[in-house]
Design a protein around this ligand. Structure first.
Ligand code: SF4
Length: 294
């Protein structure tokens, strides 16, 4: 595809000569390859999730904890053969799954790699939810687990914080497509997820209505059995430090109310965190290690 329209930004730009909103060129760029131990327990398990962090991002979140990668493009260019080599290395190191983090802007390149080499471990698509149904259909049969954000139900909030007014509707369509592709959540005898959909919601300070709307939509339109990771670790990274009320963490009471809402809605599979969850604990050390001999 010469002109990129892989995500809802629809930049229609030639990525061999320029860059669109995400900043990514046509060539794959990766910031880090590692065994990740701080994903959800049924993703990280005991041996870790085989994470490949891709550079750049199609959302412009003012609070992004990985902004040097997502906005700054930190990382190294790699070939498709090197991507396959990374996948094989993670498999050899015993990763429970292959975890493709922030992959959307490289959907076409990743599809090509997975068609050439599909690992024996489950493939996790770990995305921000700002994706088209059309591009997600390219992943059908290649991705086993969708680990997807549902950040906003309110368009104005999505615009203010991520420059994406249409995020709520786009993410809802994306999540429904993911559920269509993976209608059942399947686990092995050790409780590790093999197939399914997990929705992550990062609760934002003073935005309880947004959280309530996200949870209500998930309950009514995706199902009460949906696996939801209700995340309390919001930290005012990056530009959010100067943007009240986003310059503070959420309070324990806000999180308690969100958990109560999930219970009241009858949601059956909500993963909750300690309100005091450390922020750096969840942030890998992005030292550029790609686990390949360059
Ligand atoms: S992937 Fe990047 S260049 Fe392509 S449409 Fe999305 S933001 Fe634009």
């Amino acid at each position: 595809m010469k002109y990129c329209s892989i995500c809802p930004r629809n930049c229609n730009i030639d990525r061999t000569t320029g860059a669109g909103v995400c900043g990514a060129s046509e060539t794959l760029r990766v910031a880090k390859v590692m065994l990740h131990h701080f994903e959800e327990p049924f993703i990280s398990g005991t041996r870790g999730s085989g994470a490949i962090f891709f550079s750049h991002c199609n959302l412009k979140c003012v609070f992004c904890q990985n902004h040097t990668i997502s906005h700054g493009g930190f990382g190294k260019e790699i070939t498709q053969e090197q991507l396959i080599h990374m996948i094989q290395t993670l498999e050899e190191k015993g990763a429970h799954n292959l975890n493709l983090v922030s992959p959307t802007q490289y959907t076409l390149q990743i599809v090509k790699a997975l068609r050439a080499y599909k690992p024996k471990i489950p493939v996790v698509w770990n995305s921000n939810g700002y994706e088209t149904v059309h591009s997600l259909r390219l992943l059908e049969g290649l991705v086993d687990i969708y680990l997807v954000d549902d950040k906003y139900a309110e368009p104005d909030l999505a615009q203010t914080l991520s420059l994406a007014q249409d995020y709520p509707q786009v993410a809802q369509s994306a999540i429904l497509e993911m559920r269509r592709q993976q209608p059942q959540d399947v686990f092995d005898t050790n409780g590790m997820m093999l197939k399914g959909v997990v929705v992550r919601h990062l609760q934002l300070p003073k935005q309880l209505q947004n959280t309530y709307k996200v949870l209500t939509w998930l309950s009514e339109c995706v199902g009460k059995h949906t696996y939801i990771s209700l995340m309390s670790q919001y930290t005012p990274f990056y530009k959010a430090k100067a943007m009240p009320p986003f310059d503070k963490p959420i309070t324990p009471l806000e999180y308690k109310l969100a958990c109560k809402k999930a219970m009241d809605l009858g949601l059956e599979n909500v993963l909750v965190q300690d309100a005091e969850s450390a922020t750096t604990e969840y942030t890998p050390n992005f030292d550029g290690d790609l686990m390949i001999n360059e």
